[in-house]
Write a protein that binds this ligand. Structure first.
Ligand SMILES: O=C(O)CCC(=O)C(=O)O
Ligand SMILES: [Fe+2]
Length: 211
């Protein structure tokens, strides 16, 4: 697994975000996508909230002008074997990060996300003022045969070295939500945005936490 983790860590250290393709195999992507659809059909998804409301046991404040996705949390206790395999890989990543970067990560929280056609998530940071426990954000895409013309990019706003963002000196990097790809960044540092897509956009999003 080191070959998956190293490029993510290097990316975060060198440019503020890491991307690795085939974090999930095509079979794993297909299974988890089908599982997402199954849970959606079962009525398990809820419109996502903002602020602390976006946490597993929070009260949802739904604000469609800010984010339009629907989510359902993953839970080790009720996970299928394939979901458990995914959660275990995230746990291995946590262990590796703790061994190599001494991050003191202790927990994770992960949810399926479904952005219906035309929905988005406006520019934001993942760490709330009231919750500094989110250390790293991880997003894994479950889309089949995603094309650049489908839209739905994750735009990351990278401050340029030695300058602040206040004067607009930042680089905007669009990342296509390609199935199997994992993106990781510091939850408190990297502002980002989900752009609208012409088809439903599917993922598992989560946070590695210090408690
Ligand atoms: O789906 C993505 O690419 C990013 C999602 C996101 O920013 C979030 O859920 O906080
Ligand atoms: Fe985010």
């Amino acid at each position: 697994m080191t070959h998956l983790f190293e490029p993510l860590i290097d990316g975060i250290l060198e440019k503020g975000y890491g991307v690795v393709d085939e974090f999930l195999t095509p079979d794993e992507v297909t299974y988890l996508r089908q599982r997402l659809h199954e849970r959606h059909r079962a009525g398990e998804f809820r419109e996502a909230g903002i602020g602390r409301a976006a946490e597993p046991n929070g009260q949802a404040t739904v604000e469609k002008q800010i984010r339009g996705d629907e989510i359902v949390w993953l839970d080790l206790a009720t996970a299928t074997p394939e979901e458990t395999a995914f959660l275990n890989r995230i746990q291995q990543f946590i262990d590796y990060l703790n061994q190599t970067c001494y991050l003191g990560l202790r927990d994770y929280e992960l949810h399926y996300a479904r952005y219906p056609v035309g929905t988005f998530y406006r520019r934001h940071l993942d760490r709330f003022r009231t919750d500094s426990k989110r250390r790293l954000s991880v997003i894994t895409y479950l889309n089949d045969n995603w094309q650049p013309t489908d839209g739905g990019q994750l735009a990351v706003y990278v401050p340029q070295p030695g300058r602040g963002t206040a004067d607009g000196t930042e680089q905007t990097v669009p990342i296509d939500p390609i199935g199997g790809r994992l993106v990781c960044f510091d939850s408190g540092l990297l502002e980002h945005e989900v752009l609208p897509a012409t088809r439903d956009r599917l993922s598992i999003t989560g946070w590695l936490r210090t408690a």
